[in-house]
Design a protein around this ligand. Structure first.
Ligand code: NAI
Length: 384
Protein backbone atom coordinates (compact mmCIF):
# COMPACT_ATOMS: atom_id res chain seq x y z
CA UNK A 1 0.00 0.00 0.00
CA UNK A 2 2.96 2.29 0.58
CA UNK A 3 3.29 2.68 -3.17
CA UNK A 4 -0.42 3.50 -3.62
CA UNK A 5 -0.21 6.13 -0.89
CA UNK A 6 2.81 7.67 -2.61
CA UNK A 7 0.95 7.81 -5.93
CA UNK A 8 -2.08 9.44 -4.30
CA UNK A 9 -4.64 8.19 -6.87
CA UNK A 10 -7.34 10.41 -5.32
CA UNK A 11 -5.33 13.60 -5.27
CA UNK A 12 -7.62 16.64 -5.64
CA UNK A 13 -10.79 14.49 -5.47
CA UNK A 14 -13.68 15.76 -3.31
CA UNK A 15 -15.83 12.99 -1.86
CA UNK A 16 -19.26 13.41 -0.26
CA UNK A 17 -20.07 10.34 1.84
CA UNK A 18 -23.22 9.25 3.65
CA UNK A 19 -22.29 6.29 5.84
CA UNK A 20 -22.85 5.03 9.38
CA UNK A 21 -20.24 6.98 11.33
CA UNK A 22 -18.49 4.12 13.12
CA UNK A 23 -14.85 3.26 13.67
CA UNK A 24 -14.86 1.04 10.57
CA UNK A 25 -16.08 3.95 8.45
CA UNK A 26 -13.33 6.06 9.99
CA UNK A 27 -10.73 3.64 8.63
CA UNK A 28 -12.25 3.90 5.13
CA UNK A 29 -12.29 7.70 5.37
CA UNK A 30 -8.66 7.84 6.52
CA UNK A 31 -7.67 5.48 3.70
CA UNK A 32 -9.35 7.75 1.13
CA UNK A 33 -7.60 10.76 2.68
CA UNK A 34 -4.26 8.99 2.49
CA UNK A 35 -5.06 8.49 -1.19
CA UNK A 36 -5.33 12.27 -1.53
CA UNK A 37 -9.11 12.88 -1.24
CA UNK A 38 -10.90 15.54 0.77
CA UNK A 39 -14.00 14.21 2.55
CA UNK A 40 -17.41 15.57 3.57
CA UNK A 41 -19.28 13.08 5.76
CA UNK A 42 -22.91 12.77 6.92
CA UNK A 43 -24.66 9.89 8.69
CA UNK A 44 -26.76 7.28 6.90
CA UNK A 45 -29.05 6.94 9.90
CA UNK A 46 -30.04 9.61 12.45
CA UNK A 47 -29.25 7.26 15.35
CA UNK A 48 -26.15 5.33 14.26
CA UNK A 49 -23.37 7.91 14.66
CA UNK A 50 -20.72 7.18 17.27
CA UNK A 51 -20.03 10.72 18.49
CA UNK A 52 -16.46 10.00 19.59
CA UNK A 53 -15.64 8.73 16.11
CA UNK A 54 -17.30 11.77 14.49
CA UNK A 55 -15.27 14.08 16.74
CA UNK A 56 -11.99 12.28 16.00
CA UNK A 57 -12.64 12.48 12.27
CA UNK A 58 -13.46 16.18 12.51
CA UNK A 59 -10.17 16.74 14.33
CA UNK A 60 -8.28 14.98 11.57
CA UNK A 61 -9.62 17.28 8.87
CA UNK A 62 -12.83 15.58 7.69
CA UNK A 63 -15.86 17.89 7.21
CA UNK A 64 -18.26 15.99 9.47
CA UNK A 65 -21.99 16.75 9.69
CA UNK A 66 -23.19 13.89 11.90
CA UNK A 67 -24.17 13.25 15.49
CA UNK A 68 -26.21 10.62 17.31
CA UNK A 69 -29.88 11.51 17.72
CA UNK A 70 -30.44 13.75 14.69
CA UNK A 71 -34.02 14.67 13.89
CA UNK A 72 -35.30 13.70 10.46
CA UNK A 73 -34.88 17.35 9.36
CA UNK A 74 -31.30 17.51 10.65
CA UNK A 75 -30.52 14.23 8.90
CA UNK A 76 -31.59 15.63 5.52
CA UNK A 77 -29.96 19.01 6.29
CA UNK A 78 -26.62 17.22 6.80
CA UNK A 79 -27.02 15.28 3.54
CA UNK A 80 -27.66 18.53 1.68
CA UNK A 81 -24.77 20.26 3.46
CA UNK A 82 -22.13 17.77 2.24
CA UNK A 83 -23.21 18.25 -1.38
CA UNK A 84 -22.11 21.90 -1.14
CA UNK A 85 -18.52 20.72 -1.73
CA UNK A 86 -19.48 19.98 -5.36
CA UNK A 87 -18.18 16.41 -5.09
CA UNK A 88 -16.42 14.39 -7.77
CA UNK A 89 -17.38 11.15 -6.04
CA UNK A 90 -20.32 10.24 -3.82
CA UNK A 91 -20.58 7.30 -1.43
CA UNK A 92 -23.99 6.35 -0.08
CA UNK A 93 -25.56 3.75 2.20
CA UNK A 94 -29.29 3.50 1.52
CA UNK A 95 -29.68 5.85 -1.43
CA UNK A 96 -30.83 9.09 0.25
CA UNK A 97 -27.77 11.00 -1.00
CA UNK A 98 -28.10 9.66 -4.55
CA UNK A 99 -31.82 10.51 -4.65
CA UNK A 100 -31.18 13.99 -3.21
CA UNK A 101 -28.46 14.78 -5.77
CA UNK A 102 -30.19 13.39 -8.83
CA UNK A 103 -33.59 14.86 -8.10
CA UNK A 104 -32.99 18.02 -6.04
CA UNK A 105 -29.53 19.03 -7.27
CA UNK A 106 -29.24 17.92 -10.90
CA UNK A 107 -26.71 20.65 -11.79
CA UNK A 108 -24.35 19.26 -9.12
CA UNK A 109 -25.16 15.65 -10.07
CA UNK A 110 -24.20 16.04 -13.74
CA UNK A 111 -20.67 17.05 -12.76
CA UNK A 112 -20.12 13.99 -10.52
CA UNK A 113 -17.66 11.38 -11.86
CA UNK A 114 -19.56 8.56 -10.19
CA UNK A 115 -20.72 7.03 -6.95
CA UNK A 116 -20.91 3.86 -4.92
CA UNK A 117 -23.73 2.26 -2.93
CA UNK A 118 -23.19 0.20 0.18
CA UNK A 119 -26.48 -1.61 0.81
CA UNK A 120 -29.23 -3.70 -0.82
CA UNK A 121 -31.95 -1.09 -0.33
CA UNK A 122 -29.81 1.62 -1.95
CA UNK A 123 -28.99 -0.61 -4.94
CA UNK A 124 -32.71 -1.35 -5.45
CA UNK A 125 -33.48 2.40 -5.44
CA UNK A 126 -30.61 3.15 -7.85
CA UNK A 127 -31.73 0.45 -10.30
CA UNK A 128 -35.21 2.03 -10.24
CA UNK A 129 -33.63 5.46 -10.93
CA UNK A 130 -31.64 4.01 -13.84
CA UNK A 131 -34.81 2.42 -15.23
CA UNK A 132 -36.68 5.73 -14.99
CA UNK A 133 -33.82 7.54 -16.75
CA UNK A 134 -33.06 9.93 -13.86
CA UNK A 135 -29.60 8.65 -12.87
CA UNK A 136 -27.02 11.29 -13.83
CA UNK A 137 -23.75 9.50 -13.05
CA UNK A 138 -22.41 5.92 -12.96
CA UNK A 139 -22.70 4.02 -9.71
CA UNK A 140 -20.92 0.89 -8.54
CA UNK A 141 -23.14 -1.38 -6.44
CA UNK A 142 -20.62 -2.28 -3.75
CA UNK A 143 -23.33 -4.26 -1.96
CA UNK A 144 -23.39 -6.74 -4.83
CA UNK A 145 -19.74 -7.76 -4.58
CA UNK A 146 -19.46 -11.35 -3.36
CA UNK A 147 -16.92 -10.20 -0.78
CA UNK A 148 -19.57 -7.79 0.53
CA UNK A 149 -22.98 -9.44 0.78
CA UNK A 150 -21.83 -12.98 1.50
CA UNK A 151 -19.96 -11.76 4.57
CA UNK A 152 -21.18 -8.32 5.67
CA UNK A 153 -24.92 -8.88 5.08
CA UNK A 154 -24.86 -12.49 6.27
CA UNK A 155 -22.27 -12.85 9.03
CA UNK A 156 -21.93 -9.17 9.95
CA UNK A 157 -25.64 -8.42 10.28
CA UNK A 158 -26.30 -11.92 11.57
CA UNK A 159 -24.06 -11.36 14.56
CA UNK A 160 -24.55 -7.65 15.17
CA UNK A 161 -28.36 -7.87 15.05
CA UNK A 162 -28.28 -10.42 17.84
CA UNK A 163 -25.71 -8.27 19.64
CA UNK A 164 -28.13 -5.29 19.45
CA UNK A 165 -31.07 -7.31 20.77
CA UNK A 166 -29.01 -8.73 23.64
CA UNK A 167 -27.50 -5.38 24.63
CA UNK A 168 -30.97 -3.83 24.67
CA UNK A 169 -32.76 -6.62 26.53
CA UNK A 170 -30.30 -9.22 27.88
CA UNK A 171 -32.90 -11.93 27.15
CA UNK A 172 -32.02 -15.61 26.90
CA UNK A 173 -32.36 -16.72 23.29
CA UNK A 174 -32.28 -20.44 24.05
CA UNK A 175 -35.84 -21.76 23.98
CA UNK A 176 -37.35 -18.58 22.51
CA UNK A 177 -39.44 -18.62 19.36
CA UNK A 178 -37.94 -16.01 17.06
CA UNK A 179 -39.64 -14.94 13.84
CA UNK A 180 -37.32 -13.65 11.10
CA UNK A 181 -39.02 -11.87 8.20
CA UNK A 182 -37.03 -12.27 4.98
CA UNK A 183 -34.61 -15.09 4.12
CA UNK A 184 -32.20 -13.01 2.06
CA UNK A 185 -28.55 -12.59 2.96
CA UNK A 186 -29.32 -10.66 6.12
CA UNK A 187 -32.26 -12.81 7.22
CA UNK A 188 -30.40 -16.09 6.79
CA UNK A 189 -27.40 -14.78 8.70
CA UNK A 190 -29.64 -13.88 11.61
CA UNK A 191 -31.61 -17.14 11.43
CA UNK A 192 -28.55 -19.40 11.46
CA UNK A 193 -26.98 -17.59 14.38
CA UNK A 194 -30.22 -17.68 16.35
CA UNK A 195 -30.50 -21.40 15.79
CA UNK A 196 -26.94 -21.83 17.04
CA UNK A 197 -27.98 -20.13 20.27
CA UNK A 198 -30.89 -22.50 20.85
CA UNK A 199 -33.79 -20.42 19.54
CA UNK A 200 -36.66 -21.96 17.62
CA UNK A 201 -36.64 -19.96 14.37
CA UNK A 202 -39.63 -19.28 12.11
CA UNK A 203 -39.11 -17.67 8.70
CA UNK A 204 -41.63 -15.58 6.76
CA UNK A 205 -41.00 -14.90 3.06
CA UNK A 206 -42.73 -13.73 -0.11
CA UNK A 207 -40.26 -15.35 -2.53
CA UNK A 208 -41.12 -19.04 -3.04
CA UNK A 209 -37.50 -20.06 -3.80
CA UNK A 210 -36.18 -18.41 -0.67
CA UNK A 211 -39.05 -19.87 1.37
CA UNK A 212 -38.07 -23.33 0.07
CA UNK A 213 -34.43 -22.71 0.93
CA UNK A 214 -35.44 -21.76 4.46
CA UNK A 215 -37.59 -24.85 4.76
CA UNK A 216 -34.84 -27.18 3.53
CA UNK A 217 -32.31 -25.44 5.75
CA UNK A 218 -34.51 -26.79 8.52
CA UNK A 219 -36.53 -23.73 9.57
CA UNK A 220 -40.26 -23.53 10.02
CA UNK A 221 -41.88 -21.34 7.34
CA UNK A 222 -45.30 -19.70 7.63
CA UNK A 223 -47.23 -16.49 7.07
CA UNK A 224 -46.62 -13.55 9.37
CA UNK A 225 -50.29 -13.71 10.31
CA UNK A 226 -49.75 -17.08 12.00
CA UNK A 227 -46.24 -16.39 13.24
CA UNK A 228 -47.53 -13.26 15.00
CA UNK A 229 -49.44 -15.45 17.46
CA UNK A 230 -46.48 -17.60 18.52
CA UNK A 231 -43.33 -15.49 18.32
CA UNK A 232 -41.47 -14.19 21.37
CA UNK A 233 -39.14 -12.02 19.27
CA UNK A 234 -39.69 -10.61 15.76
CA UNK A 235 -36.86 -9.43 13.51
CA UNK A 236 -37.45 -7.90 10.09
CA UNK A 237 -34.80 -8.11 7.35
CA UNK A 238 -36.68 -7.56 4.09
CA UNK A 239 -35.91 -4.05 2.83
CA UNK A 240 -39.68 -3.77 2.41
CA UNK A 241 -42.44 -1.69 3.99
CA UNK A 242 -45.21 -2.70 6.43
CA UNK A 243 -43.99 -6.23 7.11
CA UNK A 244 -45.37 -6.18 10.66
CA UNK A 245 -48.47 -4.04 11.10
CA UNK A 246 -51.50 -3.40 13.29
CA UNK A 247 -53.29 -6.68 12.65
CA UNK A 248 -50.14 -8.58 13.64
CA UNK A 249 -49.56 -6.51 16.80
CA UNK A 250 -53.05 -7.28 18.03
CA UNK A 251 -52.37 -11.03 17.77
CA UNK A 252 -49.01 -11.00 19.54
CA UNK A 253 -48.22 -12.43 22.97
CA UNK A 254 -47.83 -10.11 25.92
CA UNK A 255 -44.16 -9.10 26.09
CA UNK A 256 -43.25 -9.77 22.47
CA UNK A 257 -40.09 -7.97 21.30
CA UNK A 258 -39.85 -6.19 17.93
CA UNK A 259 -36.61 -5.38 16.14
CA UNK A 260 -35.66 -4.33 12.63
CA UNK A 261 -32.42 -5.09 10.77
CA UNK A 262 -33.50 -3.72 7.36
CA UNK A 263 -32.23 -0.36 6.17
CA UNK A 264 -35.23 1.90 6.89
CA UNK A 265 -37.57 2.10 9.88
CA UNK A 266 -40.59 1.08 7.83
CA UNK A 267 -40.58 -2.72 8.20
CA UNK A 268 -41.94 -2.87 11.72
CA UNK A 269 -44.69 -0.27 11.31
CA UNK A 270 -43.96 2.22 14.09
CA UNK A 271 -46.81 4.36 12.79
CA UNK A 272 -49.31 1.55 13.45
CA UNK A 273 -47.85 0.91 16.91
CA UNK A 274 -48.17 4.59 17.78
CA UNK A 275 -51.73 4.64 16.45
CA UNK A 276 -53.07 1.66 18.36
CA UNK A 277 -51.13 2.02 21.63
CA UNK A 278 -53.02 3.29 24.66
CA UNK A 279 -49.73 4.43 26.21
CA UNK A 280 -46.00 4.17 25.74
CA UNK A 281 -42.90 4.64 27.86
CA UNK A 282 -39.15 4.46 27.42
CA UNK A 283 -38.11 1.56 29.65
CA UNK A 284 -34.39 1.99 29.10
CA UNK A 285 -32.14 3.10 26.28
CA UNK A 286 -33.28 1.34 23.11
CA UNK A 287 -36.47 -0.18 24.58
CA UNK A 288 -39.91 1.42 24.16
CA UNK A 289 -42.88 -0.29 25.79
CA UNK A 290 -46.22 0.03 23.99
CA UNK A 291 -49.43 -0.90 25.85
CA UNK A 292 -52.22 -2.07 23.58
CA UNK A 293 -56.01 -1.90 24.04
CA UNK A 294 -56.04 -5.68 24.69
CA UNK A 295 -53.87 -5.07 27.78
CA UNK A 296 -50.81 -6.66 26.19
CA UNK A 297 -47.43 -4.96 25.99
CA UNK A 298 -44.99 -4.95 23.09
CA UNK A 299 -41.35 -3.88 23.26
CA UNK A 300 -39.86 -2.01 20.30
CA UNK A 301 -36.06 -1.88 20.09
CA UNK A 302 -34.12 1.09 18.73
CA UNK A 303 -37.32 2.85 17.63
CA UNK A 304 -37.61 0.35 14.76
CA UNK A 305 -34.33 1.54 13.20
CA UNK A 306 -31.38 -0.74 12.38
CA UNK A 307 -31.11 -2.59 15.68
CA UNK A 308 -27.48 -3.57 15.14
CA UNK A 309 -26.34 0.03 14.71
CA UNK A 310 -28.67 1.77 17.13
CA UNK A 311 -28.51 -0.72 20.03
CA UNK A 312 -24.98 -2.05 19.35
CA UNK A 313 -21.96 -0.94 17.32
CA UNK A 314 -22.78 -2.31 13.87
CA UNK A 315 -20.72 -4.98 12.20
CA UNK A 316 -17.34 -6.08 13.50
CA UNK A 317 -14.29 -4.70 11.72
CA UNK A 318 -13.50 -8.21 10.46
CA UNK A 319 -16.25 -7.98 7.84
CA UNK A 320 -16.32 -4.23 7.25
CA UNK A 321 -12.71 -4.44 6.08
CA UNK A 322 -13.92 -6.36 3.03
CA UNK A 323 -16.93 -4.11 2.34
CA UNK A 324 -14.84 -0.97 2.61
CA UNK A 325 -11.92 -2.38 0.61
CA UNK A 326 -14.51 -2.80 -2.17
CA UNK A 327 -15.56 0.82 -1.60
CA UNK A 328 -12.01 2.20 -1.76
CA UNK A 329 -11.01 0.16 -4.81
CA UNK A 330 -14.29 0.93 -6.61
CA UNK A 331 -13.75 4.64 -6.01
CA UNK A 332 -10.25 4.46 -7.45
CA UNK A 333 -11.72 2.56 -10.42
CA UNK A 334 -14.30 5.31 -11.06
CA UNK A 335 -11.74 8.11 -10.74
CA UNK A 336 -9.50 6.39 -13.27
CA UNK A 337 -12.24 5.43 -15.76
CA UNK A 338 -15.14 7.85 -15.29
CA UNK A 339 -14.89 9.14 -18.85
CA UNK A 340 -15.74 5.73 -20.26
CA UNK A 341 -18.54 4.80 -17.82
CA UNK A 342 -22.26 5.20 -18.62
CA UNK A 343 -24.94 6.59 -16.33
CA UNK A 344 -25.95 3.23 -14.98
CA UNK A 345 -25.51 0.85 -12.06
CA UNK A 346 -22.43 -1.36 -12.39
CA UNK A 347 -21.36 -4.37 -10.37
CA UNK A 348 -18.00 -4.23 -8.65
CA UNK A 349 -15.44 -5.40 -11.23
CA UNK A 350 -14.65 -9.08 -10.70
CA UNK A 351 -10.90 -8.38 -10.37
CA UNK A 352 -11.59 -6.11 -7.40
CA UNK A 353 -13.86 -8.68 -5.73
CA UNK A 354 -11.22 -11.39 -6.12
CA UNK A 355 -8.43 -9.08 -4.97
CA UNK A 356 -10.38 -8.31 -1.79
CA UNK A 357 -10.88 -12.04 -1.11
CA UNK A 358 -7.17 -12.69 -1.66
CA UNK A 359 -6.15 -9.82 0.60
CA UNK A 360 -8.56 -10.97 3.31
CA UNK A 361 -7.22 -14.54 3.24
CA UNK A 362 -3.68 -13.19 3.36
CA UNK A 363 -4.52 -11.00 6.36
CA UNK A 364 -5.83 -14.11 8.12
CA UNK A 365 -2.69 -16.09 7.33
CA UNK A 366 -4.58 -18.58 5.15
CA UNK A 367 -3.00 -20.03 2.02
CA UNK A 368 -4.98 -21.84 -0.66
CA UNK A 369 -4.06 -24.02 -3.62
CA UNK A 370 -3.54 -22.53 -7.08
CA UNK A 371 -4.74 -24.10 -10.32
CA UNK A 372 -1.96 -25.77 -12.25
CA UNK A 373 -1.80 -24.89 -15.94
CA UNK A 374 -3.17 -28.38 -16.71
CA UNK A 375 -6.06 -27.97 -14.30
CA UNK A 376 -6.94 -24.56 -15.74
CA UNK A 377 -6.98 -26.00 -19.29
CA UNK A 378 -9.07 -28.98 -18.12
CA UNK A 379 -11.85 -26.95 -16.54
CA UNK A 380 -11.97 -24.52 -19.44
CA UNK A 381 -12.20 -27.21 -22.12
CA UNK A 382 -14.90 -29.53 -23.44
CA UNK A 383 -12.33 -31.82 -25.08
CA UNK A 384 -10.88 -34.27 -22.55
P1 NAI B 1 -32.22 -9.60 0.07
O1 NAI B 1 -32.85 -9.02 -1.14
O2 NAI B 1 -31.14 -10.64 -0.10
O3 NAI B 1 -33.33 -10.24 1.02
C1 NAI B 1 -34.55 -9.66 1.33
C2 NAI B 1 -35.56 -10.80 1.42
O4 NAI B 1 -36.77 -10.30 1.99
C3 NAI B 1 -35.92 -11.40 0.05
O5 NAI B 1 -35.72 -12.81 0.07
C4 NAI B 1 -37.38 -11.03 -0.13
O6 NAI B 1 -38.12 -11.99 -0.85
C5 NAI B 1 -37.86 -10.91 1.31
N1 NAI B 1 -39.07 -10.10 1.48
C6 NAI B 1 -39.45 -8.98 0.81
N2 NAI B 1 -40.63 -8.54 1.28
C7 NAI B 1 -41.02 -9.40 2.25
C8 NAI B 1 -42.16 -9.49 3.12
N3 NAI B 1 -43.15 -8.60 3.05
N4 NAI B 1 -42.21 -10.52 4.02
C9 NAI B 1 -41.22 -11.44 4.08
N5 NAI B 1 -40.13 -11.41 3.29
C10 NAI B 1 -40.02 -10.39 2.39
O7 NAI B 1 -31.66 -8.36 0.89
P2 NAI B 1 -30.58 -8.39 2.10
O8 NAI B 1 -29.23 -8.17 1.55
O9 NAI B 1 -30.86 -9.54 2.97
O10 NAI B 1 -30.99 -7.01 2.83
C11 NAI B 1 -32.21 -6.87 3.55
C12 NAI B 1 -32.27 -5.48 4.18
O11 NAI B 1 -31.22 -5.34 5.13
C13 NAI B 1 -32.07 -4.32 3.20
O12 NAI B 1 -32.86 -3.23 3.61
C14 NAI B 1 -30.61 -3.99 3.35
O13 NAI B 1 -30.29 -2.70 2.90
C15 NAI B 1 -30.45 -4.16 4.84
N6 NAI B 1 -29.10 -4.38 5.36
C16 NAI B 1 -28.91 -4.04 6.67
C17 NAI B 1 -27.68 -4.18 7.25
C18 NAI B 1 -27.50 -3.79 8.67
O14 NAI B 1 -26.38 -3.46 9.06
N7 NAI B 1 -28.52 -3.86 9.49
C19 NAI B 1 -26.52 -4.70 6.49
C20 NAI B 1 -26.84 -5.13 5.15
C21 NAI B 1 -28.09 -4.95 4.61
Amino acid sequence: LGDVYKRQPLNGIRIAAVLHVTKETAVLIRTLMRGGAEIWLAASNPMSTQDDVAAALALSGVHVFAWRGETQEEYFWAIDKITECEPHIVIDDGGDLHVHLNIQKPSTAVRIYGGTEETTTGVIRLRAMEKDGVLKYPVIAVNNALTKYLFDNRYGTGQSTIDGILRATNILLAGKTVVVAGYGWVGRGIAWRLRGMGAHVIITEVNPVRALEALMDGFEVMKMDRAAEIGDVFITATGNIDVITKEHYLKMKDGAILANAGHFDVEVSVKDLENIATSKRELRECVTEYSLPNNKRLYLLGKGRLVNLVCAEGHPSEVMDMSFANQALSIRYIVERHNSLDKKVYDVPKEIDLEVAELKLKSMGIEIDRLTENQRKYIESWLF
